[in-house]
Design a binder for this molecule. Structure first.
Ligand SMILES: [Zn+2]
Ligand SMILES: [Zn+2]
Length: 185
């Protein structure tokens, strides 16, 4: 999980389509603040299921540093995003790396350092006008230049920017992501 805003977690109930087919609960990692908010929104998380009903079976784990799961190294990337306890994620596997920070207004130097030189990075660029808790295009371009990934994407665009407009606004090496995009690293 990155944070507990509605546009990022309100598909949570639908995880049951996966967990119904799994032998055990699905492990989910979140920062302490996000885990707390998730337990408030989805209050079934810590309750035994009512027999005959099916809810997502989740093993919610609080994380505050890098860890490995199934051969994949996961590193939380703290970011400033209003009042949210926000983390992006760096995912590393077999020498390839991807960092995604969907919502952010500012990236602290430690997070920039963790992202520097990744194969692929994707960060928030909400719109052209400034926003108090999201990066606009100018801010995202500056942050992406600092990170210097081999390939850079902007994500979380709002309806004020069309895909074609976004392509024109971005310098070479940067592009808007889109639904269904697949990238092989
Ligand atoms: Zn958000
Ligand atoms: Zn969002």
């Amino acid at each position: 999980m990155t944070h507990a805003h509605a546009d990022h977690v309100f598909g949570f109930d639908d995880l049951r389509a996966y967990t119904n087919r799994m032998p055990g609960p699905m492990p989910v990692w979140a920062s302490a603040g996000t885990a707390q908010t998730l337990r408030t929104i989805f209050d079934y998380l810590d309750k035994p299921p009512i027999p005959g009903t099916s809810l997502a079976r989740i093993d919610l784990r609080t994380v505050d540093g890098p860890f490995e799961f199934s051969g994949i190294r996961l590193t939380p990337l703290p970011a400033e995003h209003g009042r949210a306890d926000m983390v992006g994620w760096k995912i590393e596997h077999e020498g390839r790396s991807f960092a995604a920070i969907p919502d952010c207004k500012h990236l602290p130097p430690d997070t920039i350092a963790l992202c520097r030189g990744v194969d692929l990075v994707a960060i928030d660029a909400l719109r052209i006008r400034p926003h108090p808790t999201h990066m606009n295009f100018d801010e995202a371009i500056l942050a992406l230049r600092e990170i210097g990934a081999k390939r850079s994407l902007v994500i979380h665009l709002c309806h004020e920017v069309s895909h074609a407009q976004a392509e024109q606004l971005l310098p070479e090496g940067m592009a808007p992501a889109y639904d269904g995009l697949q990238i092989e690293l």
